[in-house]
Design a protein around this ligand. Structure first.
Ligand code: ZN
Length: 262
C-alpha cells in the first residue's frame, strides 16, 4: 500500500518551466538581465505586500519610434503573458532598441506568487481603473497620465477558453485581431465558440464598442482605450493548455502586433 507521505511519481510533477512560472523573484532577476541587454531601464513604481511592482521603458528611443504599451500579470493565475514578455525581450534585444516601449511585466506580483487572480485583499485589480479602491493600481494610473501609445497589448488567460481569443476595442482599420490570431494559431488555434464571456465572437475575435458605461468598474483595457492608446487589444490564451504553448502563443501575438504597427 502506498504511504500518504510517498512522493508523487516524477511524471506527475509539473514541468520545471511550470514550477518557475510563479517564482516572482526569479522572473525579476531574468527581467533585470534581459532589459540590460536590450538597453531598456527597469524601475519599481509601487510595492504590493512587499513585492516590487515594476515598469520597463526605453532609454533613448529613436525619433518617430512607435510607442508601444505591453502589460501582463494583472491576474496572478495567468502567468503565460508574464513569461512571454520576458521571452520576447530576451530574444529581441535589437528590435527592443528600435521601439519606444513602456512595459508592465507583472501588475499583480502577489497574485502571481500565490497563483491567485486577485490581490492580497481579494480585489480584482482589473476592475480598479475607474476607482483604484486604495490598491497599487492608483500608482499605475498616475504613471500613465499624459502618456499616449500607438498600440497597447494586454496579455491575459482564461480557464473557460477553448483556444486563443482577442478583444479588439478600437475600430481602426485595418483590423489587427485576425492576423494576430493567425500568428498565434501556430501554437494554439482560435477559440471556436460563438459567444465568449457574454460577447459575440467570430473565430476568436470579439470586436465591441465600449463606452464608459459599458462596465461600472473599468478594466485596464478601458483606461488604455479611452485615454492612452490608438489601438488596444486584449489577448487571451486558454489556461488549460500547456504553459509552453500558451507562452509561445502570447509571444507570437506580440511579434505579429509589432509587425503590423510598423
Ligand atoms: Zn485575466
Amino acid at each position: 500500500m502506498t504511504s500518504s507521505k510517498s512522493k508523487p511519481a516524477a511524471e506527475l510533477l509539473p514541468s520545471p518551466r511550470h514550477r518557475q512560472s510563479h517564482n516572482y523573484p526569479l522572473l525579476v532577476r531574468r527581467w533585470r538581465t534581459a532589459v540590460k541587454a536590450a538597453g531598456l531601464k527597469i524601475r519599481e513604481f509601487a510595492r504590493a505586500s512587499g513585492f516590487p511592482v515594476l515598469t520597463i521603458e526605453s532609454r533613448k528611443p529613436p525619433d518617430k519610434a512607435r510607442r508601444i504599451y505591453l502589460s501582463a500579470g494583472i491576474h496572478g493565475d495567468e502567468p503565460a503573458g508574464c513569461l512571454a514578455l520576458l521571452d520576447w525581450i530576451e530574444r529581441n534585444p535589437k528590435l527592443a532598441r528600435e521601439l519606444d516601449l513602456r512595459i508592465f511585466p507583472c501588475l499583480n506580483p502577489w497574485g502571481l506568487a500565490h497563483n491567485k487572480r486577485s490581490d492580497e485583499l481579494g480585489r480584482d485589480l482589473n476592475r480598479c481603473y475607474r476607482d483604484s479602491a486604495g490598491s497599487h493600481t492608483a500608482a499605475h494610473i498616475s504613471l500613465l497620465k499624459n502618456q499616449h501609445f500607438d498600440l497597447a497589448l494586454i496579455l491575459h488567460e482564461d480557464y473557460d477558453a477553448q483556444g486563443c481569443y482577442i478583444y479588439e476595442t478600437s475600430n481602426r482599420r485595418p483590423h489587427f485581431a485576425e492576423k494576430i490570431l493567425s500568428a498565434m494559431s501556430r501554437h494554439i488555434p482560435p477559440d471556436p465558440r460563438r459567444t465568449i464571456d457574454g460577447s459575440r465572437a467570430r473565430m476568436g475575435v470579439i470586436r465591441r464598442r465600449v463606452s464608459p458605461e459599458t462596465m461600472p468598474d473599468w478594466p485596464e483595457a478601458f483606461a488604455l482605450h479611452f485615454f492612452h492608446a490608438k489601438r488596444t487589444l486584449t489577448i487571451e490564451t486558454p489556461s488549460e493548455f500547456s504553459i509552453h504553448h500558451r507562452t509561445a502563443a502570447h509571444r507570437a501575438a506580440i511579434e505579429a502586433a509589432l509587425h503590423l504597427i510598423q
